[in-house]
Design a protein around this ligand. Structure first.
Ligand code: E4P
Length: 226
């Protein structure tokens, strides 16, 4: 399962990229707005930090098909081949996805709340769809179950479209989808850190270090090896 950072804060991205096996960064207009900075500069900084080989998701903002297509062409031109254009899974967006597919521009159907939205995005040629797990939960429906249903639709219809699970509030939501074999998730730093935030893990790591220090008076294996 691919793992993305759902954030545009440079310090946060740098820390996570340094520590974890991260495949890239996803952004949306609200995430960019939270930085309070020029989006063009922030996105370029993100591209510079993650390099050309990791994937950057950038959302088209224009409301009409023609505008979405123009946004997507510009995003692709400026940020390179490992960039995926997020497009809202609404009628104007599906039309834009079909046009962009023919031009070889990679897209992700976003703002997905229902399985049939995901079906339409996949059929229109999106490479990814991003269902909003926690937002679906907060509407009183089942976010994880909705994503599993989307995966079943793709499998049973033979759609070559990956799910990018999004909008998570806890690692259990991610765990269930990882177990089910979905293609990708994008998570906040807090949720990614929570994969290994556990008192038992910290205690076990500390015990090993303490025992080794008691035995050798040293803090590393290289200090005792000849
Ligand atoms: C990613 O594609 C989504 O834009 C994002 O995960 C939404 O998350 P939120 O519900 O935390 O805003």
């Amino acid at each position: 399962m691919e793992l993305y950072i759902d954030d545009a804060e440079i310090k946060t991205i740098s820390r996570l990229i340094d520590l974890y096996p991260i495949d890239g960064v996803t952004t949306n207009p609200s995430i960019l707005a939270r930085t309070g900075k020029d989006p063009a500069e922030v996105l370029q900084e993100i591209r510079d930090i993650i390099g050309e080989d990791r994937t950057l998701f950038i959302q088209a903002v224009a409301p009409d098909t023609e505008g979405i297509v123009e946004d997507a062409r510009k995003i692709s031109e400026v940020f390179g081949k490992n960039t995926i254009v997020k497009i809202a899974a609404v009628p104007e967006g599906f039309k834009a996805m079909s046009i962009l597919k023919k031009e070889g521009i990679r897209t992700c159907g976003t703002v997905v709340y229902t399985p049939l939205q995901a079906y339409l995005a996949a059929k229109a040629g999106a490479e990814y769809v991003a269902p909003y797990v926690n937002r679906i939960d907060n509407m009183g429906y089942e976010g994880v179950a909705t994503v599993k249903k989307i995966q079943d639709i793709f499998d049973s219809n033979g759609y070559d479209c990956k799910i990018l699970g999004a909008s998570f509030r806890n690692c259990n939501q991610v765990l269930e989808l990882c177990t089910y074999g979905i293609g990708a998730v994008t998570c906040s730093a807090d949720v990614i850190d929570s994969f290994v935030r556990n008192a038992a893990i910290d205690a076990a790591v500390k015990d090993f270090a303490d025992d080794f220090r008691k035995l050798t008076g040293k803090d590393s294996m290289r200090e005792v090896l000849k």
